[in-house]
Design a protein around this ligand. Structure first.
Ligand SMILES: Nc1ncnc2c1ncn2[C@@H]1O[C@H](COP(=O)(O)OS(=O)(=O)O)[C@@H](OP(=O)(O)O)[C@H]1O
Length: 325
């Protein structure tokens, strides 16, 4: 037999083997890739479930109702944290969520203030899925100082429970201003906006001042709602003793006391309390508790003097005092 006849055959064989080997390598790489993507997806879903941010906090631990179809539905709120912006409304919302009979909306609708035209269907879609008997709470911190919000809220539900978090009004205003500067929403300096340049008086309509006029703003709500339907939260105490303030809100909402003192964990690095869910300790994002922009101390003093009598009016109005000296 002629040996040379085998040469192309062997060469073909080797090519075939190389191709098969190459094909196997590609298949293996594809498999590794798919496994990698699957693992990442599983990790993402698990983390999202644990942090209860997706989907609609369907995985609320430790209750057994992590299945969507357990007769839960979106319900309009029975209680609203109506403000005050930058006084601790975000912290309170998260803390209330620790209660098994409370579920809070993760997005801030500001429906009765700025989004009323969107209609109730839109509003309802922002509400979380809740079990029967669970109280839906949403926070809309622009409602408090909005002209039409009280009347609209009353029309929606005249027995709704309203929660207002307050804090020393000048610090609140500076916190508001700091946030506006960081979000590029303030072109003018605080010092230039806080006074009416014609009269030299404090500019009560300045967006960073208006929410701090607690007495005037609350007066508008009191035209519709009795004080018994409005609960005032001490924002300073919420920072230093969150358990105490949450306890009072539980009472106001007619809930049993289920949030435990041990669920609040002080984080020395942040300088704030974080909170323990059944699976982990969560803290508020870094946009809370930022360093404030420095304001001229003389101007600050003048503002504090301006607010002193207004604070007194507010204390009389609510029948409660805070140490804002
Ligand atoms: N536990 C905890 N963690 C972080 N931050 C806390 C907490 N408790 C209260 N605060 C105070 O909340 C202030 C922000 O208020 P709001 O959540 O109402 O702000 S916002 O209107 O929703 O933007 C924020 O104000 P600034 O310190 O001025 O940023 C905080 O002081």
């Amino acid at each position: 037999m002629d040996d040379t006849a085998h040469v192309p055959l062997i060469a073909d064989d080797m090519k075939l083997q190389q191709a098969t080997c190459c094909h196997r390598k590609v298949t293996r790489l594809k498999l590794i890739g798919i496994c990698f993507i699957c693992t990442l997806t599983i990790l993402f879903i698990t983390k999202a479930c644990i942090t209860r941010r997706w989907p609609d906090r369907t995985c609320k631990f430790p209750s057994t109702n992590y299945l969507v179809n357990d007769n839960r539905k979106r319900r309009l709120p029975q209680s609203i944290i109506i403000g005050v912006k930058k006084a601790g409304t975000g912290a309170l919302r998260h803390f209330l969520d620790l209660h098994p009979d409370v579920i809070t909306a993760s997005k801030e609708p500001n429906f009765f203030s700025f989004r009323y035209e969107n209609g109730f269907d839109w509003y309802n879609k922002l509400m979380p899925l809740s079990r029967e008997g669970q109280i839906t709470v949403e926070k809309s911190s622009n409602n408090f100082h909005h002209e039409q919000a009280p009347g609209r809220t009353f029309e929606f539900n005249s027995t709704i429970k309203l929660i207002v978090v307050v804090r020393e009004p000048v610090e609140r205003a500076i916190s508001d201003y700091t946030q506006r500067v960081i979000n590029n929403r303030s072109r003018r300096k605080f010092e230039d906006s806080v006074f009416n340049f014609r009269t030299g008086e404090i500019n009560r309509e300045y967006i960073c001042i208006r929410p701090s006029l607690y007495h005037t703003n609350l007066q508008r709500w009191l035209k519709y709602f009795p004080m018994s339907q409005i609960h005032i939260v001490d924002g300073e105490n919420l920072k230093s003793n969150p358990y105490e303030e949450v306890y009072k809100v539980e009472e106001f909402l007619g809930l049993s006391h289920q949030v435990k003192r041990e669920q609040f964990v002080f984080n020395a690095t942040k300088g704030f309390f974080c909170f323990r869910t059944s699976s982990m300790v969560e803290c508020l994002r870094d946009n809370k508790g930022r360093q404030h922009i420095l304001i001229d101390p003389e101007l600050k003093d003048r503002l504090k003097r301006y607010f002193r009598p207004l604070n007194e009016l507010f204390f009389r109005q609510i029948g409660q005092r805070f140490d804002w000296s």
